[in-house]
Design a protein around this ligand. Structure first.
Ligand code: CP
Length: 336
C-alpha cells in the first residue's frame, strides 16, 4: 500500500517510486492536468528556497490546485514542537494545533525544516517533519529536512533521461564531498546515497576523512539496499580511484557530524580539503561521466566554471525535473 506521507523514499516501494518517476516523465511531456482540481497545499518553509518553492507553487497551479506559502516566525506564528512544555518562549502555538488546523483547510502539507546545527542526536530525529506527519490529518511531503526525497527523484529522472533507460544498474556512481566555507546540511548527501543504492548502482561515498562519513542510518540504508537490489557500496577517501571510470559524479558539501554544534574545530579540517572541488582534471578520470549537484552551488568553490558549463553537467536538467516529480508526488498523495 502507498504510504500516506512522502517523508523518505526508503518508506516507499520500488514499484511506487517507479510509478512516480513514470508519472513525472508523463507530466514533462504534457504539463497541465486536473489531478489537483479544487485541491490545495500548504507549503511550510522554516528555511529559504528558490527551486522548491517555485516548483511546488507552479506544479500545484499546473494541476489545477492552489498553493499557500507559510513561513513560521515570519508571516505565520512561530511553532512549538516539544511536548508538555511551558510555552513561555517565542512560540505562539503548538504543532498539535497547527497541523490539525491546516488539515481542515488544505489537502496536502509540504514542510522544509533544516537541522538547527546544534545537536545531531536531536536533529536526526527530524522532529519538525515527523510532528507534522503525526498530527496532520492530510498527507505531508518532505521539502528537505535531514533528507531531500524530492531532489532524489529529480536526480534519478535526470539520470534516466541522460542514459536513455530507466535501468541504472551497473552504473558507477560517485557521491563526492566538496568544499564549502560553511558546514552544510547532510540531507542531499543522505538522499543521494539512499536513492543511488536503491537503483542498484555501484556507489562510492568519497569524503575527506572518516569524520565526514554520513550518519549510520543512511549508511545502513545503503547497505540494506545493496543487499536487496544488487550493486555495491563503498566508502573512499582517495579522489583518484573514486573518480576513475565513474559514470556519474554527484557533489555535495556537508559538515562533519562529530563536530555538530561545535563547528570551530571542524573549520580548519574542512579548509584542508578545498582540493575536493570538482574540476576538469577529476572529471577526465571518469568514463565520460556526467556531473550533477542539487543547487544552489558556489561556482569555483564546489565545482569549477568548466565543469558547470560543460555539456556533461545535468544540474539544470535535474533542477527542472523538480517540477515534474513533485507534481507526480502531489497527484499520488491527493488521490481521494
Ligand atoms: N535544491 C533545492 O532544494 O533548492 P532550493 O533550496 O532553492 O529549494
Amino acid at each position: 500500500m502507498t504510504p500516506k506521507h512522502f517523508l523518505n523514499t526508503q518508506d516507499w516501494s520500488r514499484a511506487d517510486l517507479d510509478a512516480l518517476l513514470a508519472q513525472a516523465a508523463a507530466f514533462k511531456r504534457s504539463k497541465f492536468g486536473d489531478q489537483l482540481k479544487g485541491r490545495s497545499i500548504a507549503l511550510v518553509f522554516f528555511n529559504p528556497s528558490m527551486r522548491t518553492r517555485t516548483s511546488f507553487e507552479l506544479g500545484a497551479f499546473q494541476l489545477g490546485g492552489h498553493a499557500i506559502v507559510l513561513q513560521p516566525g515570519k508571516d505565520a506564528w512561530p511553532i512549538e514542537f516539544d511536548l508538555g512544555t511551558v510555552m513561555d518562549g517565542d512560540a505562539e502555538e503548538h504543532i498539535k494545533e497547527v497541523a490539525q488546523v491546516l488539515g481542515r483547510y488544505v489537502d496536502l502539507i509540504g514542510v522544509r525544516a533544516f537541522p538547527k546545527f546544534v545537536d545531531w542526536a536531536y536533529d536526526r530525529q527530524d522532529v519538525v517533519l515527523n510532528s507534522f506527519a503525526r498530527y496532520s490529518p492530510v498527507p505531508v511531503i518532505n521539502m528537505e529536512t535531514i533528507t531531500h526525497p524530492c531532489q532524489e527523484l529529480a536526480h534519478i529522472l535526470a539520470l534516466q533521461e541522460h542514459f536513455g533507460t530507466t535501468d541504472l544498474r551497473g552504473r558507477k556512481y560517485v557521491l563526492t564531498w566538496t568544499y564549502h566555507p560553511k558546514p552544510l546540511n547532510t540531507a542531499v548527501a543522505n538522499s543521494a546515497l539512499t536513492i543511488a543504492t536503491r537503483m542498484g548502482m555501484d556507489v562510492t561515498l568519497l569524503c575527506p576523512t572518516p569524520e565526514y562519513v554520513l550518519d549510520e542510518r543512511y549508511i545502513g540504508w545503503a547497505q540494506q539496499n545493496v543487499a536487496k537490489n544488487g550493486g555495491s557500496f563503498a566508502i573512499s577517501h582517495d579522489i583518484e580511484s573514486a573518480y576513475r571510470g565513474a559514470d556519474v559524479v554527484y557533489a555535495k558539501s556537508w559538515g562533519a557530524l562529530p563536530y555538530f554544534g561545535n563547528w570551530a574545530p571542524e573549520k580548519p579540517i574542512r579548509d584542508r580539503f578545498k582540493h575536493f572541488i570538482v574540476d576538469e582534471a577529476k572529471m577526465a578520470l571518469t568514463n565520460n561521466g556526467v556531473f550533477s549537484h542539487c543547487l544552489p552551488l558556489r561556482r569555483n568553490v564546489k565545482a569549477t566554471d568548466a565543469v558547470m558549463d560543460s555539456p556533461r553537467c545535468i544540474a539544470i536538467a535535474e533542477a527542472g525535473n523538480r517540477l515534474h516529480v513533485q507534481k507526480a508526488i502531489m497527484a499520488a498523495l491527493a488521490k481521494p
